[in-house]
Design a protein around this ligand. Structure first.
Ligand SMILES: C[S@@+](CC[C@H](N)C(=O)[O-])C[C@H]1O[C@@H](n2cnc3c(N)ncnc32)[C@H](O)[C@@H]1O
Length: 273
């Protein structure tokens, strides 16, 4: 069971639409909350400079993804961490999930069935092979950032090892905010691998730490996301803490692609009873 915890963030006020009415008698606090209501989901500021958005390969991204790449973009250690993060953060059975910038794999835990998983990417051949997707659409987000999806329809949006290719991340994050239900989660994961020529310069020209800060700012620039939470390395599996597992996980951690995820919720963070 989930219950909603009132968030300290501005967007929580979207749960109070009645504050719009009867302006004459409004207290300063109510007026402030009403102003916040109107700003939720808006891009407050641009994070990237024009130069930071450029790519070494300026050809349309669709050309680059023209043929299917049926490869894994990160190693098994990274994928294990990501799957565990999804297991912990995405509510099962009833959840409606959007896998943004997806391919032929989604990294969702195999044992959990979701109500609906919608995929998005640039190559229809890859997406058609993805066994987790109930349906998918192809769209270049650097050409059109507007998602052809209804507002407040998803419990979770995922973006795995792809955020570095977005040239208008502020607008895309605002769109994700729009399609999330209140309390819905956006999980953005990444490592230090990339198609170098296709990553934006702000991403290429910084450290792993700088990349974490970039993604944190992408969230913070959209009104109404809760304070972003940063995960580094492997999340611990709650149900298996045997010494052997611990040693295996330590070795895996030392060898694997570095795992980073930045996580935030729309308006409120749900808490488990
Ligand atoms: C490294 S792959 C990651 C795929 C998948 N999320 C995974 O974990 O294996 C990068 C993905 O980003 C998507 N992508 C890259 N540029 C894009 C763009 N301009 N618009 C939409 N999607 C894009 C492509 O679909 C591509 O599959």
């Amino acid at each position: 069971m989930l219950s909603l915890l009132l968030s300290r963030t501005a967007g929580a006020a979207t749960l109070l639409p009645s504050l719009h009415s009867n302006k004459m008698n409004e207290s300063p606090r109510a007026r402030k909350a009403a102003a916040i209501v109107s700003r939720a989901g808006e891009v407050r500021r641009q994070v990237l400079s024009a130069d930071g958005r450029t790519k070494l390969n300026p050809r349309p991204d669709k050309e680059f993804y023209d043929y299917p790449r049926l490869v894994k973009h990160v190693d098994d250690g990274f994928i294990e961490s990501l799957t565990e993060t999804y297991r912990e953060r995405v509510e099962g059975e009833g959840a409606e999930v959007l896998d943004l910038m997806s391919s032929w794999v989604s990294h969702l835990p195999a044992e959990i069935r979701y109500r609906r998983v919608v995929g998005h990417g640039l190559n229809a051949g890859e997406l058609a092979r993805n066994p987790r997707l109930d349906r998918f659409f192809v769209q270049d987000l650097n050409v059109d950032h507007r998602l052809p999806l209804g507002s407040a329809t998803f419990d979770a949006v995922l973006c795995a090892v792809s955020v570095q290719y977005l040239q208008q991340p502020e607008q895309v994050f605002a769109e994700v905010f729009r399609v999330l239900k209140p309390g819905g989660v956006f999980i953005v994961s990444f490592s230090n691998r990339m198609f170098y020529d296709k990553a934006i310069s702000a991403w290429r020209d910084t450290s792993d730490y700088g990349r974490i800060q970039l993604v944190v700012q992408y969230f913070q620039c959209v009104s109404g996301f809760t304070e972003p939470e940063v995960l580094r390395g492997m999340p611990r599996k709650q149900d298996d803490l045997s010494p052997l597992t611990w040693i295996k996980r330590l070795i895996g951690k030392l060898n694997s692609d570095p795992f980073y995820a930045v996580i935030s919720y729309k308006n409120v963070r749900p808490i488990k009873d």
